[in-house]
Design a protein around this ligand. Structure first.
Ligand code: SF4
Length: 245
């Protein structure tokens, strides 16, 4: 054991911390995001609307949340070459689907099957399909865009607990399959939602768009809370209290 010298001090360098956040923000923002509606917009249509009409830089919180996922993407995209991880290669680029009228950027396409990579801070893996709803919805959009009934979901649980309740990060990989009929129904829904968002942007009216998922919808999480005033949630004490639990 190395004894700590009695005079040792450790002062936080706030400027250095802010500089790191800003560097991360610039790296995360450097992706060549194409103009138009993206697959991820359909998962949070109202927030997507506001991001189009009133774009804002990512908050320090968002930067922190996305940074780990970005590094994970670089690792997964290196495939078998564990010695050649390239942190500049963090997605497969964007493709425009004429049929769906949107840009989509699957994190990876292996064997022509779309792959979605996620990092999760959940302590315990999902117990049901419903626990992975948002991840699966995003993968389904990619499957619709690529006309595939199969996809793959890779989740890195960074805060997973083992049987002894010790933090033990782990990967879980899911092969996802739907029927051809379900693919067609999904494609219809994707197109319908895309058109709703497009119409709202043209009309500059968001009030008929579906609300974003509740996990995202909170005054401390959404910078557009006071513009959106989500019906049933805004001024709803029970909703806001429930989110704090
Ligand atoms: S307040 Fe809720 S519904 Fe409105 S944009 Fe934000 S997350 Fe979406």
């Amino acid at each position: 054991m190395i004894p700590l010298p009695p005079s040792i001090t450790a002062d936080r360098d706030i400027a250095a911390e802010e500089s790191l956040v800003e560097r991360a923000r610039q790296w995360l923002s450097a992706d060549d995001r194409k103009e138009g509606i993206h697959a991820s917009d359909l998962l949070k249509p109202r927030q997507a609307y506001f991001k189009h009409v009133d774009p804002r830089p990512w908050s320090a919180r968002e930067v922190g949340l996305f940074l780990v996922g970005k590094v994970l993407h670089a690792f997964i995209l290196s495939d078998g070459d564990a010695t050649g991880v390239d942190v500049r290669a963090t997605d497969e680029g964007s493709t425009y689907s004429e049929e769906l009228g949107l840009w989509y950027s699957p994190d990876h396409v292996g064997d022509d099957i779309p792959v979605e990579l996620k990092t999760s801070r959940a302590q315990y893996p999902p117990k049901s399909i419903g626990d992975m709803e948002t991840y699966l919805q995003q993968l389904l959009i990619y499957m619709a865009a690529k006309k595939k009934t199969e996809g793959r979901l890779v989740v890195f649980y960074i805060s997973a607990r083992d049987e002894a309740r010790k933090t033990s990060p782990k990967f879980e990989v899911y092969d996802v399959r739907i029927t051809q009929e379900e693919l067609e129904a999904t494609t219809y829904e994707v197109r319908r939602l895309r058109n709703e968002l497009s119409d709202a942007l043209v009309a500059k009216k968001f009030d008929r768009l579906p609300l974003c998922p509740a996990w995202l919808c909170h005054p401390e999480q959404c910078p557009y809370w006071n513009q959106c005033k989500p019906p049933g949630r805004y001024d709803n004490r029970a909703y806001l209290e429930g989110k704090r639990k």
